[in-house]
Ligand binder design. Structure first.
Ligand code: GLC
Length: 439
């Protein structure tokens, strides 16, 4: 391992000045001062492992891990890359298999916000209350901190927040004299107008694949009609209520009736739906925040400077809803190197690293001061604009049994979309979920 003493030299160099303004904590804590003119006594670093879904952008997670390794010489992290978050079921399975062995590996992991309850209830996540200063916790958005708790204990440390949003082609809307749609009927009308005129091939892209992202889309369509999957009590299943049936009918109709969405999207998750949009073929796209950076990168996008981002539309008389996403850090309760693991997660969640993730990978910070950072406002202007959307996003059901609930929704909503019997499929989903959540 090559050791470069002093984290401010490598990882912090870029942002040092800004971060001094942001917070003294990240740069002060643990930054090893170079010892000039003397060689350091050799010391073996504590070896730990870190497993995370693969995220990409101008940098990779592996590069961030390298920066941590280079910033100090006490801990050395080996990164084990899991599939991308769109392969949610596979990432979940890999983590469950490893954590259930309770052998301490991986020492640190990242988890989708929907697994926090399950991992904590299984006793796999180290409670962090005694290890993270309560003043530090106040630096994060309170909603995210709440999402990182299970039965009153902090069992995860915030990494990034995400939410579904509407990407639109500003240039096409302007040329058509259309405003950014606030309701679904407005979106249908504008999509039709622009595609009928031959200005774009595709109207509205979303993700219909039988996968976790379908549940995310379901949450926002249903929520935008005042409906829900489960009530706040975590037991009353509302997925077959009229508001949800009407919302899923609309998802189906975007393809079958309005013809603003291509039937192909029934097999698309995030990336297949993103590509036609950044290739300039579509008017509207529902997706996560990572798309903005790609859409403004001329090597990947033909719509640089032509993209707007807005809250997702809603049913007339109702309010917009976005599904809450994002991954958070966990420390393995069986880790044999907890102090080293904690040092690493503190660094990963520091203001400096959160800013770097936001600028380089497009992942929205969970620290209030980093979210409001001027450099971020320049690079990802939509984040500041959509701050209320991120912070008001709707969580998927919070229960240790979430993965089972999700698999039922994925299969029944897929059936509804492909076959058209929306009411029948949602009734079936309701009775299967009733059996899981125990009513
Ligand atoms: C994004 C979200 C995550 C969600 C996944 C679905 O990665 O952050 O919460 O489960 O997409 O594909």
């Amino acid at each position: 391992m090559t050791k470069i003493p002093g984290r401010t030299q490598r990882s912090g160099g870029l942002f040092r000045r800004d971060l001094l303004k942001l917070s003294g904590v990240a740069l002060g804590a643990g930054a090893a001062a170079p010892i000039l003119g003397r060689s350091r006594p050799a010391r073996a670093a504590t070896e730990i492992t870190f497993a995370s879904a693969k995220f990409f952008g101008k940098e990779t997670i592996a590069q961030l891990v390298d920066a941590y390794n280079a910033s100090q010489d006490k801990v050395h992290v080996t990164y084990r890359e899991l599939p991308p978050p769109s392969a949610s079921t596979e990432v979940h399975q890999a983590l469950v298999q490893q954590l259930a062995r309770r052998n301490g590996a991986p020492d640190v992991f990242t988890q989708d916000i929907i697994w926090i309850a399950e991992f904590a209830a299984a006793g796999w996540s180290l409670p962090l209350d005694d290890h993270i200063d309560s003043s530090e916790i106040g630096a994060y958005f309170p909603g995210l901190v709440a999402g990182c708790k299970w039965q009153g204990k902090l069992v995860a440390l915030p990494w990034f927040v995400d939410s579904g949003m509407l990407y639109y082609r500003r240039d096409l809307l302007e040329a058509a004299g259309a405003k950014v749609p606030e309701t679904w009927p407005e979106l249908v009308e504008t999509a039709k107008k622009i595609t009928d005129a031959g200005q774009a091939k595709l109207g509205f892209l979303w993700q219909g694949k039988q996968a976790e992202v379908l549940v995310c889309d379901l949450v926002s369509f249903t929520g935008s009609n005042g409906g829900a999957i489960l009530d706040a009590d975590g037991k009353t299943v509302r997925i077959a209520d009229p508001a949800a049936v009407e919302a899923v009918q609309f998802m189906h109709d975007t393809i079958a009736t309005h013809k603003i969405s291509p039937p192909d999207l029934l097999s698309w998750d995030e990336e297949p739906s993103r590509r036609p949009f950044t290739a300039g073929q579509a008017v509207f796209l529902r997706n996560w925040s990572y798309v903005y950076g790609i859409s403004q990168d001329a090597s990947e996008s033909s719509v640089v400077g032509k993209v707007g981002v807005a809250p997702l539309p809603h049913f007339p008389g109702k309010s917009s809803a976005a599904s809450l996403g994002g991954y958070q850090y966990g420390v393995n309760a069986s880790s044999k190197h907890k102090e080293a693991a904690l040092d690493f997660v503190r660094w990963m969640s520091s203001p400096e690293t959160q800013l770097r993730f936001a600028l380089q990978l497009g992942l929205a910070p969970t620290r209030q001061a980093v979210f409001d950072h001027p450099e971020l406002a320049k690079a990802q202007p939509f984040m500041a604009q959509l701050k209320p959307v991120f912070l008001g996003a709707t969580p998927r059901p919070v229960t240790p049994k979430y993965p089972q609930v999700s698999l039922v929704l994925q299969s029944e909503v897929s059936k509804a979309l492909a076959g058209g019997d929306v009411k029948g499929a949602l009734e079936a989903a309701k009775s299967r979920i009733d059996a899981i959540v125990g009513v």
